[in-house]
Design a protein around this ligand. Structure first.
Ligand code: SR1
Ligand code: MG
Length: 406
């Protein structure tokens, strides 16, 4: 059971909360609210959206002291809200147009006040409903590049970077990732769930020594490579998109960075790639080969935008003495390979682990089992690529497994 001593937001007390905070009262009229909706659909938090009679909106997100997905039996520090507030501020300062605006943070009740993005959709939901949001994958690459440079020793004063790194330690949330993403696809801790038809696939994954070896490498890197203040959970559910025409994104905003900490840059890239693979697996299962190919191509788009943006920024590091062109080229090749490793982990965990993705879960069972199998086979092939040290791209490896399902 949790030992929470702070008051949770409810539909009944939320207007009073806004009234008591001048920063929030300046953004929305608590005496003329026309709607208060709890819209949290993630695994951890309460999320309310408020609208007033003038059409102004505000989002209040409160960290619960336990995992919402499972209930109070899985306690979880609400301090994660402070990590989210810190990372959103740092990232917004670097690329304000690409990151949701943090309006206020209440460290006593773990409440973030965020700009209202109700004219946007969560990218995963958009993809699942047929809105492609072209351009979002490029934004993801540019966002990761801005963070990789701007929060690392390449873009920050050495002393300030050390202070930022110390401030950002997030061990409880990192432990979730270490367990769910790297360990439990190999060694079930009692939380894994698959369809009966996928039990053999999950067993094959767990028994694959190459995959286990790769997960050891991935977990080590995640726990030791404090490169930049990464997002830490950059899936398509952490990106909001707005598309007037249903095809191209005219606004893209990254949000939900409570897993942020100083970690490996390629972890964010791998997370994005894995989620493109889920979109591709869904499209294949539904017989939409064109969309499946489009979704897999997003990995190249994100990668190319990332590499180009990072190289441009890294041409002028804070300390240029030893970090020149050759260093940047080698760093990019290392991250490219690591993104394949992390994508492997992220793909496997969403199929066998506790926290799943709607792309696969909302498929009918007879389509879901082959789709899930194809993702696991692709994850194992990516792990093999990592261990062998090959030069294939993410799409090269994933396409033959995900674009054909059986
Ligand atoms: C217990 S939290 C489960 C998952 O939800 C988040 O989206 C993270 O990916 C985490 O691993
Ligand atoms: Mg989240």
């Amino acid at each position: 059971m949790s030992s929470a001593t702070y008051e949770f937001l409810t539909n009944d007390n939320i207007a009073g909360y806004v009234r008591g905070n001048p920063t929030l009262s300046a953004r929305i009229d608590a005496d003329r609210l026309v709607s208060v909706d709890e819209i949290g659909d993630g695994n951890l938090n309460l999320v309310f959206i408020l609208k007033d009679a003038d059409g102004r909106g505000l989002v209040l997100k409160q960290a619960l002291p336990y995992v919402r997905m499972t209930g109070e039996g899985w306690p979880m520090t609400p301090e994660r809200a402070a990590r989210e507030a810190g990372s959103l501020s740092a990232h917004h300062a670097l690329v304000p147009e690409l990151v949701v605006e943090l309006i206020d943070f209440d460290p006593e009740r773990y409440i973030l006040a965020l700009e209202d993005l109700s004219d946007h959709q969560v990218w995963r939901g958009a993809l699942n409903s047929g809105v492609y949001a072209d351009g979002a994958a490029e934004v993801v690459g540019r966002y990761v590049a801005a963070v990789a440079f701007g929060t690392s020793v390449l873009g920050m004063d050495r002393g300030e970077q050390a202070a930022a790194l110390a401030e950002a330690v997030n061990p409880d949330l990192c432990t979730i990732t270490e367990d769910l993403v790297f360990t439990e696809p190999v060694v079930d801790a009692g939380r894994n769930v698959v369809l009966p038809a996928n039990e053999v696939d999950a067993a094959d994954l767990a028994a694959d020594p190459v995959f286990a070896r790769a997960m050891g490498d991935a977990k080590w890197k995640f726990m030791t490579q404090a490169e930049a203040l990464i997002h830490g959970d950059l899936h398509t559910g952490s990106v909001m998109v707005r598309s007037e025409d249903g095809q191209a994104a005219d606004s893209v905003k990254v949000f939900d960075s409570e897993f942020a900490f100083y970690g490996p840059v390629a972890f964010d890239l791998g997370a994005a790639f894995a989620n493109y693979a889920f979109a591709a697996a869904r499209a294949t299962a539904l017989g939409n080969a064109e969309k499946a190919a489009w979704a897999l191509n997003l990995a190249d788009i994100t990668w190319n935008a990332f590499a180009e943006d990072f190289a441009a920024r890294a041409a002028s590091p804070v300390d240029p003495r030893v970090w020149g062109e050759e260093f940047v080229a080698l760093r990019l090749e290392t991250w490219r390979r690591e993104s394949i490793l992390f994508a492997s982990a992220k793909m496997a965990r969403r199929i066998v682990g506790a926290a799943k993705v709607a792309d696969i879960e909302t498929l009918d069972e007879e389509l879901r089992a082959p789709a899930a199998r194809s993702v696991l086979l692709a994850a194992r092939a990516l792990a093999g690529e990592w261990v062998q040290g090959g030069s294939a791209t993410f799409a090269d490896i994933v396409a033959p497994r995900i674009l054909r399902q059986s």
